[in-house]
Each structure stands twice: as structure tokens, then as C-alpha cells.
Design a protein around this ligand. Structure first.
Ligand SMILES: [Zn+2]
Length: 87
């Protein structure tokens, strides 16, 4: 095991629509955030998975409940949700 494999702690948000495992009406599932802030002030970027095609991308908190997949549903491009070490 090396440092690259260090475990990320995924956390869920306070609202129902940003809980880990939440599935929105477009079959997009919330996978939690790891402390990275999204485009809006004070809101985290959530890792999101499309349960239709498997595409994984980032969504801002306020968009989670109505998010569409960038790959198969013509949704907006995903935002950065991952942490970069020492950069
Ligand atoms: Zn998709």
C-alpha cells in the first residue's frame, strides 16, 4: 500500500438530497463530498454517479436534486469534487 491509496472520507450533507445514497428523479446518485468546495460559496461539491451509464462527476449541493448526467442526459459538465494533495 502506498500513499496514493490513502482513504478518502466521504461525508454527506445536511439535506436529504445530499445524503450518501440519495437517488434523484433522473437516477443520479449522491456519493457524498470530501471537503472540496463547489462553485457556490459555502457549498460542497458532491461526487455523483449516474446509475444508468456509470459516469462519475461532481455536482454542486444546490443542483443535486435535479442533476442530469453530462454523459447520457445532456446535463451540464461536472465540477471538480476531488482533493489534490499538495497543490
Ligand atoms: Zn449517464
Amino acid at each position: 500500500m502506498n500513499d496514493i491509496d490513502m482513504q478518502i472520507q466521504w461525508q454527506e450533507g445536511r439535506d436529504e438530497s445530499v445524503e450518501i445514497g440519495y437517488l434523484n428523479p433522473h437516477d443520479q446518485q449522491c456519493c457524498g463530498h470530501c471537503g472540496v468546495l463547489g462553485a457556490d460559496h459555502g457549498q460542497y461539491a458532491y461526487k455523483t454517479e449516474c446509475t444508468i451509464c456509470g459516469y462519475v462527476y461532481g455536482t454542486k449541493e444546490s443542483d443535486m436534486y435535479e442533476r442530469r448526467c453530462p454523459e447520457c442526459q445532456d446535463g451540464a459538465a461536472g465540477i471538480k469534487y476531488w482533493k489534490t494533495i499538495n497543490r
